[in-house]
Design a protein around this ligand. Sequence first.
Ligand code: PLP
Length: 396
Amino acid sequence: MNLTDLRALEERYLMQTYRRAPVEFVRGEGALLWDSEGKEYLDFLAGISVCTVGHCNPAVVEAVREQAGRLMHVSNLFYTEPMVRLAERLSESSLGGRVFLSNSGTEANECAIKLARKHAHRRGVGSPEIVSFERDFHGRTYGALAATPSLAQNRALGPMLPGFRSVPFDDAGALRQAVCENTAAVLIEAIQGEAGIYPLSDETLLAARQACDEAGALLILDEIQTGMGRTGSLWAYQQTPVRPDLLTSAKALGGGLPIGACVASEELGEVLEAGDHASTFAGGAVVSAAALAVLDQVDDPSLLRRVRELGATLRDTLRVLEGVEEVRGRGLMIGVGLASGIDAAAVGADLLQNGLIVNVPEPGTLRLLPPLTVDSAQIERAVASIAESLLSYTAR
Ligand code: PLP
C-alpha cells in the first residue's frame, strides 16, 4: 500500500486525534529509522523518549521473544516472576517502597493521585487537593488531565475532576501559598517535557519539598519523560536536592512496549490496598521482561556518565549555532529555543525532509530526545543538519 492510500485509510478509520507527519516507518535499528521508500532517518525523538536503548534493541527483542514464547498473560490474580523482579528493581533503584505497575504514563499518575487522596483522607482532609504547575503535562485520563492545566481548560471535555489547582511555573512563592492543610500532593515534573523542556529551579523544588512536609502532603515527581536515564541519572530527582514521596515512570521503561509504574517511598507502600486499584494487563510478563532488559542497560553508571557528557557537548554545540537563542535541559533531554521570527514547525519539517526527526512542542522550540545509545558521529550529523536548516532561515 502506498503512503497516499495509507493516509486515506487512516483518515477513514482512525479517530482524527493526531496530526501525523506524512511518513510511514517500516524498520528501525539503534538511532536509525527507515521509511516505506527506503529513506534513512536519524531519530532524535525516539518515539517521544521511549526507545532510549535504540529501536529494536537486541536484548529487549530477545527478552520479549523469549517471554512471549513461554507465557504472555495470566492477569493479576496470579504471580509471575518478571513482574515481581521489575517491582524490586524499580523500588531498589529509587524510593525503596512498593510499586504499582500500570500500562502507560497517565495511568501511573492516576495511581499516584489515588494514593495521595487516600493518604489525605487518612489525615482527615475532606476535600483533598493536588497542586501542579502551569504547563505541566501529566496525561490525558481524567485525573491526570485535571492536573494538566492547559488541557483541563478544554470545556468540551468537561466537567473536569474537582480538587486540582495550578500555580505559575517555577514560582516558589506561589507554590508555598497554594499548599495548605487540604493539599494531598504537589504533582510536578522536575523538567517540563511536553511544554518544551523547562527545568525547575532547585529553589522551587526545595520549596515544594518543604511546603509538602509542613502540610503533611506528598511530593510526587512525574518522571515519565525525565526518568530512565534521560537526564544522565536513572531518575532526574537524583540530580536535584529533593527526594519525592512518589515517582511515576513510563515511556522508556518498556523500551517500546506499553508499561508504567508508580513507585512509593517505604512509608507509603501500604496506602493502597486490595480493591483500591487494579488493571487487567498491568505488570504483564512480556512488558515486564522488556522493562528488565531496558533497566539492565540504562541503570549503568558508565552509560549514565556518557549521557551527561554527550548531552553537555550537544548543548554547547547547539548554543553557538546561528538562529539559536537558548538551549535548555539536562543530559539528552534538550530544548532548543530558536531566535524570534524562526518558525520551529517549518524547521522541524525541513529537518524531517532532510532525514532528521525532532519534535516541535511549542512554536519557538525544537525538542531533542535521542536514544541514550546515540553515538558521537550521529550527534555531529544531527547538529550539522540543524545548523544547515537554521542557516536558510537566518540568511533570509
Ligand atoms: N507525564 C509526562 C511528563 C509525560 O511526558 C507524558 C507523556 O508525554 C505523560 C505523563 C503521559 O504518558 P502516556 O502518554 O504514556 O499516558
